[in-house]
Design a protein around this ligand. Structure first.
Ligand SMILES: C[S@@+](CC[C@H](N)C(=O)[O-])C[C@H]1O[C@@H](n2cnc3c(N)ncnc32)[C@H](O)[C@@H]1O
Length: 390
């Protein structure tokens, strides 16, 4: 993580600009001697740099708002130290120019990309937990008119897939590092042709972590177009039985089951199980209904009635748990004479999100960006709004 070790830290009078970097405001820890966040804008990105006064005086990145690519952060850290005349004792920050840094890969997307504008110009197929990506790459090369979205949470598998996408010159794959259990709620209704779940982790001891579940099936049915399929392929008899039970809950769509069916491309896992002569089960769910679009009316705006400063303090370090997820205030900062800022963890238990809420003139807003638009985050927002307006 890029950081500067300072001999002493000098505050700037804000807002100000230095070496093309804008420093906007400072949010102090409750005990200002411990440190502060400095809101920073450079190259169109807004983020915080952090001053931490511990054994060392460090100027470094904020994990929640960290900008990408890395050179943006490094340039901002060096600009702050220079303009505030804060002498640097040592650092791991070079002053490398923009274009020598890691190229961001076109196929690698963030969840915000899908949340803001889900591609809907062609048929979409989704592969969940693509692992070695053999199946994903094969399907994309034989179906050039279809957009494939590959979901994976294992970073080396993602790296490997991105390399192969370049080598094979494929332009119809998007890769996302995100938990598949939460992704489908971003998908518009009736646009998906196939969802592949091949050899998911069986999670025999923690079944709540399985990809297949009743809510997942419900979201799949909504996202699939009529005739579209959700294809589970597994060597685990336990998982197969669990899926049968889940798929059997009463609904209008149908499913069928096959054993030891050959498919066009065999994954690394499948190779292994075949050599061991294990049975392979396919459970295929076929969508028979057209679904309405999901409700996207709720927003992340706060009520306009003034927030009482006691309400902010009373949130301090408490966790509010609900059946959809939680909110937990991690830290409260002071901003100027009357303002405050909250760092909050919120949303689903499976994929919580950290975010900042800036409170100025007794009104609140998320800063610098809104949370990702998941149903759990929207519910967390409603709860937070209620607590702030008590
Ligand atoms: C047993 S491997 C199978 C890989 C590949 N489908 C195959 O057939 O070879 C399961 C993969 O699912 C990924 N995975 C597990 N849970 C996931 C989740 N919630 N969301 C996305 N990927 C997940 C794992 O990282 C792993 O690569």
């Amino acid at each position: 993580m890029p950081h500067l070790n300072l001999e002493s830290f000098n505050s700037l009078s804000l807002p100000t600009q230095c070496d093309d970097v804008e420093f906007l405001f400072q949010a102090n820890y409750k005990n200002p001697d411990e440190g502060a966040l400095i809101a920073t804008r450079y190259k169109g990105r807004e983020f915080f740099i952090v001053y931490k006064n511990g054994v060392k005086k460090l100027l470094k990145s904020d994990k929640v708002t960290r900008p990408s690519p890395n050179f943006i952060l490094k340039h901002a850290l060096l600009a702050y130290a220079k303009c505030s005349n804060s002498p640097i004792l040592d650092s791991n920050v070079d002053n490398a120019p923009e274009n020598t840094h890691l190229k961001t890969h076109d196929a690698l997307k963030t969840i915000s990309y899908f949340a803001e504008n889900f591609p809907r110009d062609r048929e979409v197929r989704i592969e969940i937990g693509f692992g070695s990506a053999r199946h994903l790459l094969h399907q994309a090369s034989v179906n050039p008119d279809v957009l494939f979205i590959g979901l994976e949470i294992h970073k080396p598998s993602i790296e490997q897939a991105l390399k192969q996408i370049v080598i094979q010159n494929l332009n119809n794959i998007m890769i996302l590092d995100y938990d598949a259990r939460l992704f489908l709620e971003f998908v518009p209704s009736n646009i998906v042709g196939k969802i592949y779940v091949h050899f998911p982790v069986p999670w025999d001891k923690k079944p709540h972590r399985r990809v297949i579940s009743e809510p997942f099936l419900k979201e799949s049915e909504r996202a699939l177009r009529i005739g579209g399929t959700l294809e589970l392929r597994t060597d685990s008899e336990n998982y197969y039985r669990f899926a049968l039970e889940t798929f059997s809950s009463p609904r209008q769509s149908r499913f069928d089951v096959r054993k030891n069916q050959e498919i066009a491309i065999v994954s690394k896992y499948e190779d292994r199980w075949k050599k061991m002569e294990k049975n392979i089960y396919d459970v295929t769910f076929t969508c028979d209904i057209e679904s309405p679009e999901p409700d996207m009316e709720s927003t992340f705006s706060f009520s306009k009635t003034p927030i009482n400063s006691d309400a902010v303090d009373s949130l301090s370090r408490e966790t509010y748990k609900r059946d959809w997820g939680f909110i937990h205030v991690e830290r409260i900062y002071s901003v100027g004479e009357h303002g405050a800022m909250i760092r909050l963890a919120m949303g689903s238990f499976d994929r919580p999100e950290s975010t900042y809420i800036l409170i100025e003139n007794a009104t609140a807003r998320y800063y610098p960006t809104l949370p990702v638009r998941t149903s759990a985050n929207l519910k967390a927002h409603i709860l937070l709004d209620e607590l702030l307006h008590g």
